[in-house]
Design a protein around this ligand. Structure first.
Ligand SMILES: [Zn+2]
Length: 475
């Protein structure tokens, strides 16, 4: 007799248990059919009528099925009669069975579980809830996760309406605010950054079939975010449902400083990592340092390149952390300086336009020396022109080594910082700059961190962390 024909005791037991569950699920389905039957006096005729009928009753079915599965899987925890106190380790005996109904995306699920309490510690516990991974509050994690997916895209009020429409469950706007801020709280750049393995995978997909290592671009920039002071919060407890009154505070546009790593694949950008926060330049530098020290950037497998405008603080961090990286001064940013010179020197004449075009072309061809010489020879006709020329000269001279645009183009490096500007737009502006929206600084940072996680592909991991935190706080 071959080994394959031996049916083990384990297999028999598993089979039996499955049959039991199957029977229980059939019972649930029968109960659901009873409900359906009560509505059958007006049978649906069209497909929309039929789907509407099933839609309205579906949570009773799916919630009921889940209930049966929960009871089956955790029957040991349900039948438990004694447990050790998590604090003093004394033996506790099961007291009454307490029912609790939780809300999930598949409908309400009723849980029946024994309650244990310790007289010494004056504390009670539900080991069943812990085994099941139930979180405090009515709404469970799947609902929180769906809600956060919505509110990170659209305003809270819209999210509330969409949530109800799409899931058939309600989720209050205030609760949405609270949970979103809890999920986004204390997230660091490492919490939302993809893993090194994931980064290597993206690099490999871009490298395939190419001789040269791919260009990994780092862009650093600021985006404006409308904020309001913490003093705008309602001081009295219990009046939280009332929004801060407009007259009591003044909104302020703050700089959300951020960076983005992305790969170049021909004309295409492959996103790698974004991090934006309303923060100081030191904090941004610290976040970059964490990325560097965590070894997330495989510098030996890419050609790292940093594209920025002229801001000194940016280059300071780049120089300290990625001294090997190719540095590029944003080509289009140079145009602003040249336009100022042209306007001051040539006014609004055709000559002004021609001069800017010719100078931009020289820069494009990598002839920054010629451009600097030309600026030097210009005979300023006014103080304003002299100042503009001097400014432009200083700027180009200071960043001379970052303007080898001809070489850069040949190497496949980008000339402009469009990648970080796009990140400013799709992470910061799209969600935070809405008419009438003024964000508390902390909340704006929670939202930014969550949106970064979403685009970095790490939002699921953020939820695992949130679940762990909820467990730790409930212990
Ligand atoms: Zn105890």
């Amino acid at each position: 007799m071959g080994a394959a024909e031996v049916i083990s005791f384990e297999e028999v037991r598993a089979r039996k248990q499955w049959d039991t569950l199957r029977h229980q699920l059939h019972e649930r389905f029968d109960q659901w059919l009873d409900t359906l039957e009560t509505q059958w006096h007006e049978p649906p005729a069209t497909l929309p009528e039929m789907t509407a009928m099933v839609w309205n009753l579906r949570q009773q079915l799916t919630g009921g099925i889940t209930e049966a599965i929960v009871a089956h899987v955790h029957r040991d925890a349900h039948d438990r009669t004694q447990v050790n106190c998590p604090r003093c380790d004394g033996v506790l005996r099961a007291q009454e069975v307490v029912c609790r109904t939780v809300e999930t995306l598949v409908g309400p699920v009723q849980l029946e579980r024994p309650y244990f309490s310790c007289r010494l510690c004056r504390d009670g516990c539900y080991p069943f809830d812990e085994a099941l991974g139930v979180v405090a509050g009515c709404k469970q994690l799947d609902m929180h996760q769906a809600m956060v997916h919505l509110v990170t895209e659209v305003p809270y009020d819209t999210a509330q309406a969409l949530f109800r429409g799409l899931t058939g469950m309600s989720y209050g706007s205030e609760r949405m605010h609270t949970v979103t801020n809890q999920v986004g709280e204390k997230l660091t750049v490492l919490d939302v950054a993809p893993s090194r393995e994931e980064l290597l995978r993206r690099i490999a997909s871009v490298s395939a079939g190419h001789f040269r290592r791919p260009v990994l671009v780092l862009g650093i920039d600021g985006a404006y975010v409308p904020t309001r002071p913490d003093s705008a919060r309602e001081p009295q407890e219990g009046r939280r449902h009332r929004r801060a009154k407009r007259a009591r505070w003044r909104g302020q546009w703050r700089d959300a400083k951020g960076f983005r790593f992305y790969l170049l694949d021909g004309e295409r950008i492959v996103h790698v990592l974004s991090w934006h926060q309303v923060q100081s330049e030191e904090q941004l530098g610290e976040a970059l340092k964490q990325i560097k020290e965590a070894g997330l950037i495989p510098e030996d497998q890419v050609r790292l390149c940093v594209v920025c405008d002229g801001a000194e603080w940016i280059w300071k961090h780049v120089q300290a952390l990625f001294p090997q990286a190719r540095q590029v001064l944003d080509y289009y940013h140079c145009a602003q300086y040249l336009h100022r010179v042209a306007k001051a020197h040539y006014g609004t004449s055709v000559q002004a336009v021609e001069w800017v075009e010719a100078t931009m072309t020289r820069l494009y061809l990598g002839k920054v020396g010629l451009v600097l010489g030309g600026l030097r020879r210009m005979q300023a006709q006014s103080d304003e022109a002299a100042k503009a020329i001097a400014n432009c000269w200083d700027y180009l001279d200071a960043h001379r080594g970052r303007t080898h645009y001809r070489q850069l183009r040949r190497g496949g490096y980008p000339l402009g910082s469009g990648g970080i500007e796009a990140s400013n737009k799709f992470i910061c502006h799209v969600r935070l700059q809405r008419s009438g929206a003024w964000w508390y600084e902390a909340n704006s940072n929670h939202m930014l961190a969550l949106r970064c996680a979403k685009y970095n592909g790490t939002l699921d991991r953020v939820f695992v962390r949130y679940q762990q935190r909820l467990r730790e706080t409930s212990e």
